[in-house]
Design a protein around this ligand. Sequence first.
Ligand SMILES: Cc1cc2nc3c(=O)[nH]c(=O)nc-3n(C[C@H](O)[C@H](O)[C@H](O)COP(=O)(O)O)c2cc1C
Length: 183
Amino acid sequence: MPRILVTYASRFGSTRDVAAAIAEELTSAGFDVDVLYANPELDLSKYDGIVIGSPAYGQNWLPRASLFVIGNAERLANLPVAMFTTGMLGVKNPKMALREHNEIISTLSEFAPAVSPVSTALFHGSFDRKNLPICLRIMDRIAGTPQGDQRNWDAIRSWGRKVGDLFTSHLRHPSSGLDSKEE
Ligand SMILES: Cc1cc2nc3c(=O)[nH]c(=O)nc-3n(C[C@H](O)[C@H](O)[C@H](O)COP(=O)(O)O)c2cc1C
């Protein structure tokens, strides 16, 4: 049974839950799946495919997730890889959010050019102003950042199934191509 690692960075836990839902879909598709917090020292030698995700913070992935990709670039170059971003920008401005997501992925590929995801996706995340320091809460209220859990589980799970299909065909006939998907 092919083994898949779903690895993620997360500050407040919402991206961890997204990773877990994707892992459930991959498990249902017949893969043996581990879900682990991103760590540059994870042993990737036992995996046949990797899904990596991070929330956007300040228009970037969290360093843990970026460093995972860059630090493991050589190994990831030889595996099917899928990447996802969570964030709140897309709730109000989907086009700008997709641009932000694509820029994050293309910056990663500048640092890890041999890593070519078979699919990438952007999902709405979850945000609670109460998690911010008080001075930032005031700025955030003025900015009108959407609040609450905006995660679209149908979109997340559907992408998880799609990644399962792509990994299956990649493992049967190794080839790669990047496609990008918005919620
Ligand atoms: C300080 C801060 C900066 C953020 N920057 C962005 C951003 O640049 N783009 C975006 O789409 N969402 C942004 N967000 C929203 C988070 O990506 C979103 O809340 C995400 O779901 C959090 O994931 P986590 O619970 O796994 O940490 C930001 C949130 C905070 C608190």
